[in-house]
Design a protein around this ligand. Structure first.
Ligand code: NAD
Length: 327
């Protein structure tokens, strides 16, 4: 085998996808890249991961990293997330579309396979919101959604026109404890755990009944690896497969946390920007195509995810350490 390049490797997903890839394929085969510099190495005597500083909006930097490290697979995670993209739409277009174009071009020139993380944000207010089908109306009204729907089309174009093996997932909101989320509409579902453990109180920026799809990060990273490992013959879709694990509201999550922390309190201060984004997204996805075509099945539901998050975070959330920013 050759090597795997991960762009945006220091983000919420990369922080857990990279160790999973290293475990599967060997650390020497996984090249981390990000616009941020690598954190200083620990003095633990472990082998240093391979790191390349790559701004994905710079075509030469992407090409050079692929050439130099003999890359045959790119997990392209670098992007601006939904809330940040709404604040900075021009930059979001440049990073999300320009970066993807540069990655696909590098893949075309060096015959790489590409993983593209699409999102429930690729849908819009005219999409059926319950059991959203695999193939349906996609008219997103956010810049993030515009880049995800356009990104899906661009990936399909490179697959059809140039024969590039590009595969993607429409990921729901991801819940994780290793790295803080990067400014998405579903960030509340991570912040709530830190605040519950520290203060037994969380002020939520989405309303209590805002139902959205969510998934625990170990399921998401496994899905990314399994999709790229799947036999291509049964794949009826490429960009991108609906996947989900749970469809929940802030009230549902708070009630589940209360089973472990009985005096936990949630209250609400709705952020109109993120509430409007959430209300333009599906309430639940139909992921039957992923289940049929490549055997997708989640392992964590609301109860098992909550128990695991609290156990893992409980070990680290002590004293005055920093929590992710609220609001
Ligand atoms: N986290 C989620 O809930 C979620 C859900 C659906 C889809 N996704 C998608 O998955 C991908 C990764 O998401 P994430 O949550 O890890 O995001 P994140 O914001 O946590 O991380 C993104 C990373 O990209 C890097 N980056 C930004 N601009 C860059 C550039 N020009 N060149 C190189 N690197 C750059 C950032 O430094 C950061 O480390 C994104 O495409 C996102 O849209 C995420």
């Amino acid at each position: 085998m050759r090597n795997i390049l991960v762009t945006g490797a220091f983000g919420q997903i990369g922080s857990e996808l990279v160790p999973a890839l290293q475990q599967h394929f060997g650390g020497e085969h996984v090249v981390l890249s990000d616009i941020r510099m690598a954190p200083r190495a620990s003095a633990g005597g472990q082998a240093e991961p391979v790191f390349e500083h790559v701004d994905c909006t710079e075509p030469q930097q992407v090409l050079e990293a692929v050439r130099r490290h003999d890359i045959d697979t790119i997990y392209h995670l670098a992007a601006l997330l939904s809330a940040v993209a709404e604040e900075r739409p021009h930059l979001a277009w440049s990073i999300n579309m320009g970066g993807l174009y540069n990655v696909l071009e590098a893949a075309r020139q060096y015959r790489c396979r590409v993983f593209f993380p699409s999102s429930i944000g690729a849908f819009g207010p005219s999409t059926p919101r319950d059991h959203t089908p695999q193939v349906t109306i996609q008219r997103p009204t956010t810049m993030y959604g515009v880049t995800k729907a356009s990104g899906e089309l661009l990936c399909d174009y490179y697959a059809a026109r140039f024969g590039i093996d590009v595969r993607g997932l429409r990921l729901p909101g991801l819940i994780s404890y290793v790295a803080p989320p990067g400014g998405g509409t579903t960030d509340y579902a991570v912040e709530i755990f830190y605040q519950a453990l520290r203060y037994k109180h969380y002020r939520c920026f989405l309303g209590p009944e805002t139902r959205l799809d969510m998934m625990y990060m170990p399921d998401a990273t496994r899905a990314m690896i399994e999709l790229m490992a799947a036999d291509s013959a049964p794949l009826h879709h490429r960009n991108a497969y609906n996947i989900t694990a749970m469809s929940i509201t802030p009230e549902d999550l708070a009630a589940e946390i209360r089973k472990h922390i009985p005096d936990f309190i949630i209250d609400y201060q709705v952020d109109p920007v993120r509430q409007a984004i959430a209300e333009s997204w599906p309430r639940s996805l139909d992921d039957s195509a992923a289940r049929e075509d490549w055997g997708w099945a989640p392992r964590y539901d609301l109860a098992s995810m909550t128990a695991d998050m609290l156990a893992r975070l409980g070990e680290t959330v002590t004293g005055p350490a920093r929590a992710p920013k609220q609001g």
